[in-house]
Design a protein around this ligand. Structure first.
Ligand code: PRP
Ligand code: URA
Length: 209
């Protein structure tokens, strides 16, 4: 069974509270999503291997730890996943970015793929799939499935708000994929929205409603 890590850091809690608030406008919403994604990246990368190298400070030679040979790809699920990418790139600037376009059919709630463009060497990379919302889990499970079909093995999933239903689906279909969520909410409503959640992440990021 995969691990789920939920964030209790005061900065994450505070910024997520502002993201949830219906009075937060598009500009602040975007900035806050980017900031929380950056803060979460600190934990998502905790298992990156390091190696010792020798450098010289202005005072003396010394041995220091640096990240060794980690090749990373960030794969946002379009559209709302895009809002998380820049925050992650602030801490992993050399990461490549692939895109998977999925939307949720509003009747069936099933994910429909409409776009996929990945780095050519993605099989050699550790992949972080990102989407602010893990609701029924259909979109995340499908995106992870597409990546596995393309031979990618080491995948993590990162979201801002997860519902228990979505966590269960990803853990059942992809028990090897660890989940990082800033918060886990109570339940889904009859339209598949996370309650209390933050509303429609894509619409709030891009001002489409
Ligand atoms: C939202 C969200 C996830 C999906 C989560 O996207 O960003 O991708 O719903 O729901 P699920 O866990 O039930 O699949 P949406 O389909 O609204 O598309 P958008 O990002 O283009 O707005
Ligand atoms: N997608 C969203 O944007 N919000 C939800 O609460 C559920 C799915």
């Amino acid at each position: 069974m995969s691990k789920i890590q939920v964030f209790d850091h005061p900065l994450v809690r505070h910024k997520l509270a502002m993201i949830r608030d219906e009075n937060t406008g598009v500009k602040s919403f975007r900035e806050l999503v980017e900031e929380v994604s950056m803060l979460m990246t600190y934990e998502v990368t905790r298992d990156f291997p390091t190696e010792e190298i020798e450098i010289r400070t202005p005072l003396a030679p010394t041995r220091v730890q640096v990240i060794c040979g980690k090749k990373v790809a960030i794969v946002p699920i379009l559209r709302a996943g895009l809002g998380m990418v820049n925050g992650i790139l602030k801490l992993i600037p050399a990461a490549k970015v692939g895109h998977i376009g999925l939307y949720r059919d509003e009747e069936t709630l099933q994910p429909v793929e409409y776009y996929c463009k990945l780095p050519h060497d993605i099989r050699e990379r550790d992949v972080i799939v990102v989407d602010p919302m893990l609701a029924t889990g259909g979109s995340a499970a499908a995106a992870i499935g597409f990546l596995k079909d393309r031979g990618i093995k080491n995948i993590k999933f990162m979201c801002l708000i997860a519902a228990p239903e979505g966590i269960a689906v990803v853990q059942r279909e992809h028990p090897d994929v660890d989940i990082f969520a800033a918060a886990v909410d109570s339940h889904l409503n009859e339209h598949g929205y996370i309650v209390p959640g933050l509303g429609d992440a894509g619409d709030r990021l891009f001002g489409t409603k």
